[in-house]
Design a protein around this ligand. Sequence first.
Ligand code: MG
Length: 382
Amino acid sequence: MPEVISRLSRAALPVAAVETRLLDIPLVRPHKFSVTTMHTQGVLLIRLVTEDGIVGWGEGVVPGGPWWGGESVEGMTALVERHLAPLVVGQDVLRPEALARHLEGVAAGAPFARAGVEMAAWDAAGRALGVPVHQLLGGAHRDRLPVTWALGAEPSGAVADEARRLLAEGRHGSFKLKMGALPAEQDVARVTAIAGALGGAAPLAVDLNGAWDEHTARRHLPALAEAGVHLVEQPLPAADISGLARLRERSGVAIMADESLRTPADALRLAAAHAADVLAVKIGKSGGLSAVRRIADVAEAAGLGCYGGTAIETSLGTAASAHLFCATAPVRSGTELFGPLLLDDDIVTEPVTYQAGELLLNAGPGFGMTIDEDKVAKYERR
Ligand code: MG
């Protein structure tokens, strides 16, 4: 205890160095989005070292390339090495929120890259103080998070079989399907077939990734609702807030905003326009843990739930999300923190734990993950 008190009373703990490594982790099966298919996941691993030799780890990932938000692991590597790392050196790792705001001020956009650096700072701060990050954030409201599984792009019969098997084995209790890659009629027929086969045995959500226009959505949402789809994620392009509001009002289907929500100001706009029922929050797209907290405050004030999203992180980024989502009260609409289950391997010695469809909050200090140097060497891009 005396040691902890002396650490807590420490004035500052400056960063000595920030290093990056670029990895490619294979997937257990291809992961299909409306415009691209992932076969491997690129991971920018960020190692932050303090002047006292404390190491914090962060992870920069995007969902399968620059299509989602314009950033890529290659671009993030250059940005972190050339612009963010030199700024972070000398800054106080015990003030990760101030550090995140500083990064926000010097790198416009680039939330995924900034988030990776901020993540490493939170991890280092937790390790320096000997506490898990969820305690630094005010303490956990829950110690486990329900995890929706992303079903594949195989024919509807095979996908329904996969869902029924996972349900029977007690491994997942809710599912999400990607839409938008097929013509709308075909896509809706596929989803209604899967929903019909599930027969309401588990909640089923769909994610369009902004692939439809308002007319197409107005035409097809009733069939999806009729089939039992309980939540439609980002049916319209990110900028079409008024379209989302009209769809939400007319269709009666619950709408989740993902691409439309990146900043706290976006959350305020969505709430004011009554354009969403649920907000998908992610560490990467919003520039870090502290920005997600500000979004969650807006959501709670507006009476909206938050859903813990993923950019398909390893156990490191998934543990960071778990610490944040467990410590953030409004994240009460479930999560999709399935990254380590979709990746064929991990980069830590002891991956995060799943139990009966839930991700368990792990102990610290920091995010409580130990990087496996052999795995990092194995997957490092050459
Ligand atoms: Mg999404």
